[in-house]
Design a protein around this ligand. Structure first.
Ligand SMILES: Nc1nc2c(ncn2[C@@H]2O[C@H](COP(=O)(O)OP(=O)(O)O)[C@@H](O)[C@H]2O)c(=O)[nH]1
Ligand SMILES: [Mg+2]
Ligand SMILES: [Zn+2]
Length: 316
C-alpha cells in the first residue's frame, strides 16, 4: 500500500537519495521523479542534503520516490565550476555553517573565506570560522599571525574558533555548540573536516588524509555530501573539499551589503550609491586607511567587483 512520509535527505549521489525518517530513525533509499530535474535546470542538483522532502513508499515496484521538496529555509550555493553557468547547491536548511580553514597545509586564502562569507550572508546562513590545525602554530612566533587572522574576522562580526582535531583543542566546545542543530562542515580539501567530525563523534570512521585527498584531485569529485545524525541530537553535514567559490546571483551594487564590516560604514559615505572604490568622502575607504577595516577584506571586495566586470563571471 502506498504511504507518504516526510524526511530529511541525508545523502544525494545524483542517481539515488537517502532520506532519514526522523520518527523511526530509518534511512530510506529513494529515487526522484524526472520533473525535479527539469525544474532545477539551473542547478546541477535538484535535491540536496538537508532538504525536507515527502517520500512515497510501499509502491508496487518496491521503489520509494521523493515526490516533493518542502520550501528551503536557506542554502549554500556556488558556481558548479569555473567556467560553468550552472550552480551547485551544497546543502539546505542549515542552522550553522562551520567554515574550516587552515593557515598552512593547506593555506586557505582570505579571498576564498570572504567569498564563502558573502554567499552565506546573501543566503542567510550563519557562519562560524573554525581555524583548525592550531597545534602546528603553538610556537610563540606564530601568535601574531593567528591574532591578526582572528581580529580580522571577529572585527567583521564572525565568531572564530581555534581548534585542533588531532590534539582535541576546541573539540568539546564544538560538540556542545552542535547539539540539537543542523551543522555544515565545509572548506578546502585537507583542512581536517573529516578528522574533526571523527573527533566530535567517535565511531563514524570517516576516511581522512591521503585517501580522501586523492579523490578530490580529480576533475569530478567522487564523494558526495552526507549527513550524520549526532549522538547528542542534531545533524552534521560533511562536504567534499571545495577548491574555489564562485558567487551566484549577487549584483555589484549589492555586494558591499554582504560585507558586514564594510556595510556598517556605508551610511557615512557622502554618496548614497557609493561603490567604495573611488568616490570622495568614502567612509569605507577612510576606515580601511585607519586600519579599522582589515585591508584583506577590502581587497576581497575589490576583487569580487572586478570579477563581476569580466564577462559577469560571478553573476547570473
Ligand atoms: N597537525 C594537524 N593535522 C590535522 C589536524 N586535523 C587534520 N589533520 C590532518 O590533515 C589531513 C587531512 O585531514 P582530513 O580530515 O582528511 O581533511 P578533509 O579533507 O578536510 O576532510 C590528515 O592527514 C589529518 O590527519 C589538526 O588539527 N592538526
Ligand atoms: Mg574529508
Ligand atoms: Zn563609500
Amino acid at each position: 500500500m502506498t504511504q507518504f512520509t516526510e524526511g530529511i535527505v541525508t545523502k544525494s549521489t545524483g542517481s539515488w537519495y537517502q532520506v532519514l525518517d526522523p520518527e523511526t530513525g530509518q534511512q530510506i533509499r529513494c529515487r526522484i521523479r524526472g520533473v525535479f530535474r527539469l525544474r532545477g535546470s539551473r542547478t546541477t542538483n535538484p535535491v540536496v542534503v538537508g532538504d525536507r522532502v515527502r517520500v512515497e513508499t510501499g509502491n508496487a515496484d518496491g521503489e520509494s520516490v521523493i515526490t516533493e521538496i518542502l520550501p528551503r529555509r536557506n542554502y549554500i550555493i556556488r558556481r558548479a565550476s569555473n567556467l560553468s553557468k550552472e550552480s551547485h547547491i551544497i546543502a539546505a536548511n542549515i542552522d550553522v555553517a562551520y567554515l574550516v580553514v587552515t593557515l598552512d597545509r593547506p593555506v586557505t586564502s582570505t579571498e576564498f573565506i570572504d567569498r564563502f562569507l558573502v554567499t552565506a550572508e546573501a543566503y542567510r546562513v550563519p557562519t562560524v570560522l573554525v581555524l583548525n590545525k592550531i597545534d602546528l602554530f603553538a610556537a610563540p612566533e606564530y601568535r601574531e599571525m593567528i591574532d591578526e587572522f582572528i581580529d580580522t574576522y571577529r572585527g567583521a562580526g564572525y565568531e572564530t574558533l581555534e581548534v585542533s582535531a588531532t590534539t582535541g583543542i576546541g573539540v568539546d566546545d564544538l560538540r556542545e555548540r552542535m547539539r540539537g542543530k543542523t551543522s555544515l562542515f565545509t572548506g578546502h580539501s585537507g583542512v581536517g573536516k573529516s578528522t574533526l567530525i571523527n573527533a566530535i563523534q567517535p565511531g563514524l570512521g570517516l576516511k581522512t588524509g591521503a585517501i580522501s585527498d586523492y579523490h578530490h584531485k580529480g576533475k569530478h569529485t567522487t564523494t558526495f555530501s552526507e549527513i550524520f545524525p549526532l549522538d547528542g541530537g542534531g545533524l552534521l553535514i560533511d562536504t567534499p573539499g571545495i577548491k574555489g567559490f564562485g558567487l551566484i546571483d549577487i549584483a555589484p551594487d549589492e555586494l558591499a551589503r554582504y560585507f558586514p564590516d564594510l556595510f556598517r560604514r556605508a551610511p557615512e559615505c557622502q554618496y548614497y550609491n557609493c561603490t567604495h572604490t573611488h568616490e570622495p568622502n568614502c567612509a569605507v575607504m577612510a576606515a580601511v586607511a585607519r586600519g579599522e577595516i582589515a585591508e584583506s577584506r577590502y581587497v576581497s571586495y575589490l576583487k569580487m567587483l572586478e570579477d563581476d566586470d569580466k564577462e559577469g563571471k560571478y553573476r547570473k
